[in-house]
Write a protein that binds this ligand. Structure first.
Ligand code: SAM
Ligand code: SF4
Length: 338
């Protein structure tokens, strides 16, 4: 890998935001069909020929590390459906970023963790977020259209047993779906030594049925939890999307991600790479930078670095969900990489 000195500088946008976190979607495929993410029949899959190879992913991560990226989060779709997911982790974790190795984390639905957690840790995975929206099997089936709650719970146990810490559990709070389970979910996390994170639902569903009025706002989440637990805010959030709170004096913490009602775009340090090689400077970006074309067109490492800088230079100050002219991106969440 050789990036010239002129380009081997931090990824700073027009608003002074320094980008350190690269989210890589390993696949758009998934073994669940969460209603807020994918329709029952799935979505038209990305062309297999356009999915980045592991060599290409490694090359991009190496170049990104030279530009100040220190963390790679692997996501999807379901990242563990990629056959060589463990190898991807191993190759990423060997990359030097700043003073140490590139930190490699993952967001997963957990279904394949029982089989892979130990190998992933041995390969260098340091942290994992597992999605868990409900503890009730009937609701899990209705929400994900698959009867696999027990497998997710086994996945969480496998992650803990493999030594991943903290294991964060992500729940999208939804009106009349799981908004009466927020306390139960936090208790579950407390009992299992995990950190619960509640997320406001964002307009990223393939069915375009998101409703601002129905959305469970972070404020309401905190009110409901506050009826049962004593929450003490932990300061020093940095670029993290979650506001975190100590639960009943700790050590358990809970995070609330108010992406819609209290956007944290001003501190955003993330850039995304889709499984088909498109760079996105925001989840809600309407434009992408075609890295696949550069990689497959014989582009040099400097060409890749230049495209990363161009992508970041075009980043808007905020996601605009609350603007009257907001348009949902064409890709659903599963094809962007959450
Ligand atoms: N399949 C993996 C999983 O479910 O964790 C990784 C990909 S998924 C797209 C990443 C995260 O995005 C999950 O925690 C999921 O709950 C969240 N997500 C998906 N659609 C969302 C939406 N419309 N609003 C908020 N979060 C969403
Ligand atoms: Fe699959 Fe994750 Fe989307 Fe659910 S949220 S359908 S698990 S990609």
């Amino acid at each position: 890998m050789s990036v010239s000195a002129e380009l081997a500088r931090p990824l700073v946008d027009r608003y002074g935001r320094v980008h350190r976190d690269l989210r890589i979607s390993l696949t758009d495929k998934c073994n669940l069909r969460c209603t807020y993410c994918m329709p029952a029949e799935g979505v038209p899959w990305l062309s297999k020929d356009n999915i980045l190879t592991t060599d290409e992913l490694e090359r991009v991560a190496q170049i990104a590390a030279a530009l100040g990226i220190v963390e790679v989060r692997l996501t999807g779709g379901e990242p563990l459906l990629r056959r060589d997911a463990v190898d991807v982790v191993r190759r990423m974790a060997r990359i030097v970023a700043g003073d140490g190795p590139l930190e490699v984390s993952m967001t997963t639905n957990g279904l394949r963790l029982p089989a892979l957690a130990e190998e992933l840790v041995a390969a260098g995975l340091t942290r994992v977020n597992v999605s868990l929206d409900t503890l009730r099997p009937d609701r899990f089936l209705a929400l994900t259209r698959r009867n696999r709650l027990d497998d997710v719970l086994d996945g969480i146990r496998a992650a803990l047993a493999a030594g991943l810490a903290p294991v964060k559990l992500n729940a999208v709070a939804m009106r009349d779906v799981n908004d009466d389970e927020l306390v139960d979910l936090l208790r579950f996390a407390q009992d299992h030594g995990c950190e619960m994170r509640f997320i406001e639902q964002m307009p990223l569903d393939a069915g375009h049925v998101w409703s601002r009025v129905k959305m469970v706002r972070g404020e309401e989440i905190l009110d409901r939890l506050g009826e049962v637990f004593t929450l003490t805010e932990i300061s020093g959030r940095g670029a993290a999307p979650a506001e975190t709170f100590l639960v009943d004096g700790g050590p358990t913490t809970v995070g609330v991600i108010r992406s819609v009602s209290l956007p944290f775009c001003g501190a955003c340090d993330r850039v995304r790479l889709t499984a088909d090689g498109q760079l996105r400077n925001c989840l809600f970006a309407r434009e992408e930078s075609d890295l696949l074309a550069v990689l497959r067109g014989g582009g040099s490492d400097d060409d890749v670095a230049r495209l990363l800088h161009t992508c970041i230079a075009g980043k808007l100050p905020g996601h605009g969900i609350n603007d009257p002219g907001f348009l949902q991106p064409d890709r659903p969440m599963s094809a962007i990489g959450g």
